[in-house]
Write a protein that binds this ligand. Sequence first.
Ligand code: NDP
Ligand code: 2IT
Length: 444
Amino acid sequence: MSYVDDVYAQVVAKNPAQPEFHQAVREVLDSLRVVIKKNEAHYRKQALLERLTTPERIVMFRVPWVDDKGQVQVNNGFRVQFNSAIGPYKGGLRFHPSVNLGIIKFLGFEQVFKNSLTSLPIGGGKGGADFDPKGRSDREVMAFCQSFMTELQRHIGPDTDVPAGDIGVGAREIGFMYGQYKRIRNAYEGVLTGKGLTYGGSLVRTQATGYGLLYLTQELMKCNGIDPEGKIVTVSGAGNVAIYAIEKAIQLGMKPVTCSDSTGWIHDPEGIDVRLLREVKEVKRACLTEYAKKRKKAVYHEGRGVWSIKCDVALPCATQNELDLKDARQLVKGGCRVVCEGANMPTTMEATAYLQEKKVLFVCGKAANAGGVATSALEMSQNSERLSWSFDEVDQKLKSIMVNIYHNIDDAAKKYGMKGDYVAGANIAGFLKVVEAMEAQGIV
Ligand code: NDP
Ligand code: 2IT
């Protein structure tokens, strides 16, 4: 068996019942075949792929807290510190009932390559808990966050590991966790990103993942001769990434017509009203039925179905494996030419292969959604120099990072004879930097 196949088989055997982690590893290793083949004996002897697919450290802990009825609740907390070759561990925290070790490992593994692509000095990590903030009072969310941070604080620090938000973790949760960290460690330092603007947060971080996704999509379209003006965009999700992807798409002259949440989805043929969407989701934390009530032409459907709408550009921004082969077929049938992932691994392997075969321009999440973590790294820089940069300054930096990522992955794909395969380009470009740093640092 080839070295790549050997390592993949070991990963499956050593990490049973973690299908998302297997999927993320499979996608990366498949792309790396061309690189590994050139120097297989060396990589094998150095066990580089074994080291790359094994987290440096995993922390798992109990999170006890008391709900509003006086009932004690217990959740599972995780932090996977995957790879620190190019900088301190960096990556979000996810609070969602589906969270388990395999999901956090897949996210941490993806983060290593994503962070490398940003060109900034950040290693990869991810964490979270199987806690569901939905329907919980602010006091309950605070109790949970404080208990979670009481344990996590001993494993993180501004030069060690810097968490941020992800699904279920936004400004409110980051605030509660920051407060508890500061109280226990007696240190006012940049240990989390996505902080509020009054206590060390960066302008543009809130918008960064969605805006960054559109900056990369814009460059991709420009370089492939597609004018964004008037293009119909389908978006899934109605959270942080989806909202600011929709906002920037509108600013660029495109027409986003869908969004979705965990209960259903909206088709608004006149174009999504992003102010109303923000009011429903960010302020009221309500269901998308509230959006439909206020927009005459918008239709709410239960379940999933965003990918059945004809579009030019599709932006999956909700969660993993939300766009499958059937969806991909519908997209192609409807004339979709561009798919860029705002979420982490939202497209199944079969759907990705189908879209690529049909020559849809497809950019994977580790490149397309890297604007969030890149701006987190800019927040770390501002915290270190105890200064705050203007909105325009951060936005310009974000834009140039995303444009650079597009050209880096495009160049890497061309260099290895796979022009237009942006998945391979992203995996290879991300890998080369990390592996060079790992080799330079010896067997650690
Ligand atoms: P949010 O919690 O703000 O929003 C998530 C959205 O997706 C919500 O609308 C939620 O529905 C919906 N959703 C979540 N899980 C499911 C599910 N299992 N089935 C159907 N719908 C679901 O999270 P973000 O916007 O921050 O994250 C979205 C994606 O983007 C994730 O994959 C995340 O890992 C990725 N990402 C996030 C970054 C960031 O900076 N925040 C950076 C890079 C990637 P509901 O409203 O009902 O909860
Ligand atoms: O998946 C991701 O890149 C994030 N959730 C953002 C991580 C970060 O550290 O800003």
